[in-house]
Design a protein around this ligand. Structure first.
Ligand SMILES: [Zn+2]
Length: 125
């Protein structure tokens, strides 16, 4: 089963479209120029707004990833043994931050513990 329902995906799409619309407004303003005069100013604003939307897209995708949710059996990265997580709702979620080419993105991942290695790790994804 996908991590997000079709309905949730539609709602998130609407939110994203709303944000993209706001980015457009921040670029063009009410007069089509919004005080941006030089090419450099226009480029700067467009890149900033585009980067924010890029990060948002990446965060949406990471949040919708099944791997964000334990409940699937994953292999321990140290010993290679199976690490089942039978009670996903009890798994400890941790916020992770990754630097991308377009700035930092944040997402949640379950911290899983391998009983053999006694080490905590995060499934890839
Ligand atoms: Zn292990």
């Amino acid at each position: 089963m996908p991590r997000i329902t079709a309905e949730e995906r539609k709602a998130r799409r609407r939110e994203f479209a709303e944000e993209a619309g706001q980015a457009f407004d921040q670029m063009l303003g009410s007069d089509g120029q919004n005080g941006l005069v030089t090419f450099e100013q226009r480029e700067e604003r467009a890149c900033e707004l585009g980067d924010a939307l890029t990060r948002r897209l990446l965060e949406e995708h990471l949040a919708a990833d099944d791997m964000a949710d334990p409940g699937v059996e994953v292999a321990c990265p140290i010993c290679g043994g199976p690490v089942p997580c039978e009670k996903p709702e009890q798994a400890e979620m941790e916020n992770r931050q990754v630097r991308t080419r377009r700035g930092a993105v944040e997402f949640e991942r379950a911290a899983l513990r391998c009983n053999r290695c006694r080490r905590v790790f995060f499934p890839r994804g």
